[in-house]
Design a protein around this ligand. Structure first.
Ligand code: HQG
Length: 182
């Protein structure tokens, strides 16, 4: 199975499981789960051939562990990153480390200094406990820059933090006073 096919399929799964399930007539339940048979037949109507084997390979080879298959093997979901309004993943609250990192592009810095970090289309702001990961995330939108987030201090002041199954840290927003350059 080629890396190209796995990458393309991963992008397609991110699109339908995080953002636009209706594009292939797929239903996600409130926790983001989609039936795998329905996913395969919805994709087929869209001219995309998925198989159970291909889906399982994407799940196991995903560098960021983006997807998970349910214990009974019938369903799949994205573990974070959603924008679709009908899904509300109930993340468990968790104590963050002293510092977390957010990767962004330099062209967003002026706005971030004014507004802090806001979720945009997604449900939460995404943070990482690794500088390298944050930098790679920032690179997607232009010249990357990594910001330090005073996560522990935020938590002490009542902000809530969550961690997705794949290690990505999430919070509702980060006011600018908790941000510093790396
Ligand atoms: C920026 C990927 C202007 C923010 C990654 C980011 C991640 C502001 C962009 C996950 C702003 C939103 C999420 C403000 C934030 N003014 N710009 N006030 N506040 N921004 O893609 O965090 O590979 O929705 O810095 O690994 O980049 O897809 O969020 O640049 O975990 O699995 O607005 O997506 O995961 O962009 O990335 P995004 P993100 P996958």
């Amino acid at each position: 199975m080629s890396k190209k096919l796995l990458d393309e399929t991963s992008k397609f799964l991110s699109f339908v499981l995080r953002h636009e399930p209706q594009a292939i007539g797929l239903n996600l339940n409130s926790e983001g789960w989609a039936n795998i048979e329905a996913l395969i037949s919805g994709a087929a109507r869209d001219g995309r051939h998925l198989s159970r084997e291909l889906i399982e390979n994407v799940v196991t080879s995903s560098d960021k562990k983006r997807f998970t298959i349910s214990a009974d093997g019938h369903c799949i979901r994205a573990v974070q990153g959603h924008s679709t309004k009908s899904v509300d993943l109930q993340f468990e609250q968790k104590q963050p480390p002293q510092t977390l990192y957010h990767g962004t592009a330099t062209r967003f810095l002026d706005s971030i200094h004014k507004q802090g970090l806001i979720p945009g289309q997604r449900h939460q702001v995404h943070l990482s406990d690794e500088i390298a990961t944050a930098s790679a995330v920032g690179q997607r939108y232009g010249t990357p820059v990594v910001l330090k987030v005073a996560a522990k201090q935020m938590e002490e002041q009542g902000f809530k933090f969550y961690q997705a199954e794949n290690g990505v840290w999430l919070t509702e927003q980060v006011p600018a006073r908790f941000l510093a350059p790396l």
